[in-house]
Design a protein around this ligand. Structure first.
Ligand code: EPU
Length: 343
């Protein structure tokens, strides 16, 4: 474990924002954790655990220690005719894990293909896409208490998952370092093709789903089509979360915008039925889609995605985000909340 000072983070965040960390360390194996926790620079400074850097926006230099998680390894814990219990270390890339799983014909995370970031980031925000969420397959999360150094196993219930949300973003924010997750995957066919965009893609491309790889390939195709590769144009996927409203608010909105898209969802964290309004539509209605403002802009195919056209600062992205939040509040009386962590 080598401690570095004034470390350049540009290549470690998918927005490609240039920012320096006061201290930086990379950790490659779990047995390095006690040593890390004993480090003076770790104890005395604020800490940021970084995985793929696909969900952060550095708005200034980081005045603390950045720990880059490179702890890797995938292990089968248990297997029978029906299911597999699979444990993955948190520094694996999420999509590599998806490929490992679909190539063996196991079902459960194929709809979550091609999501950027590491395995450790996945439970933080209960990653979700194309009708699936991590919480549907997750068995448990292993993590270290940053203060005491004790290891703890969180069951699915203890993770308190919600839409793009978990206990690790709330009560236990910055308190635990996630080192691995365990998934329960089905060996029996278990397709989840309910998401309209996915259905349409399969029909248009005449794909009949025989195995989970067919689904992950389709999802990868859709994502590649729609979302820019951060290596080509800096971005962090959806910058904002979608918005949930009650029936009454929907009616008010429909009275003015009769074509407003909405999706009825059943969220366990909410009482009763909730209605999802796609934030991408709201942003598009405010005229931002595909617009460029100097070095920053809004994606031309998905208005939820903010982009760095090159040389942008984190502050420029943040200012654009504020401009968008203000415009959406003004027009719809709805408050957009960032999905990306502003650092
Ligand atoms: N829409 C627009 N204009 C836009 C974008 C979207 O009108 O520019 C409306 C359309 O009505 C469309 C609807 O929004 O039918 C839904 O769009 P999409 O299927 O692209 O999904 P989303 O709700 O905008 C969410 C996730 C994505 C995930 C997709 C697919 C969030 C914050 N985002 O986006 O996740 O890939 O669903 O399941 O929930 C990410 O988190 O980084 C991410 C990319």
């Amino acid at each position: 474990m080598i401690l570095k000072k004034d470390y350049d983070l540009t290549s470690l965040n998918t927005f490609g924002i240039s920012a320096n960390a006061k201290f930086f360390v990379e950790i490659n194996q779990e047995i390095d954790i006690p040593e890390l926790f004993q480090l003076k620079e770790f104890k005395d400074n604020k800490k940021l655990f970084l995985g793929g850097g696909s969900n952060v926006l550095f708005t200034e230099d980081y005045d603390g220690i950045v720990i880059l998680n490179k702890i890797k390894g995938i292990e089968i814990l248990k297997e029978n005719d029906l299911y597999v219990l699979l444990k993955s270390k948190s520094g694996e890339m999420w999509h590599d894990l998806v490929l490992f799983v679909v190539d063996r014909g196991w079902w459960g995370i194929e709809n979550l293909a091609y999501i950027p970031g590491t395995v450790g980031a996945a439970p933080m925000q209960n990653i979700g896409a194309y009708g699936a969420e991590l919480k549907n397959t997750l068995e448990n999360v292993e993590a270290y208490d940053i203060e005491s150094g004790d290891k703890r196993i969180f069951t699915r219930e203890e993770c308190e998952f919600g839409y793009r949300d978990s206990i690790f973003k709330n009560k236990l924010k910055d308190k635990y370092f996630i080192t691995s997750i365990t998934l329960k995957l089905s060996k029996v066919e278990n397709k989840n093709l309910s998401y309209k965009v996915l259905q349409n893609y399969l029909e248009e491309n005449k794909i009949s789903v025989e195995n989970p790889r067919d689904v992950s390939d389709a999802v990868t195709g859709i994502r590649k089509n729609k979302l820019s590769d951060p290596k080509v144009i800096g971005n962090a996927g959806s910058f904002f979360k979608n918005i949930f409203v009650e029936q009454e608010k929907l009616k008010k909105l429909q009275a003015v915008w009769s074509d407003i898209p909405f999706f009825k969802e059943d969220l366990p964290t909410q009482a009763g039925e909730v209605i999802k309004i796609p934030s991408g539509w709201l942003i598009e209605q405010c005229g931002f889609k595909g617009k460029r403002f100097g070095n920053v802009g809004v994606h031309d195919k998905q208005a939820l995605v903010l982009v760095n056209h090159g040389g942008a600062t984190g502050k420029e992205i943040k200012d654009l985000a504020i401009q968008i939040i203000d415009a959406v509040r003004e027009k719809f009386d709805l408050i957009l909340v960032p999905e990306v962590n502003l650092i």
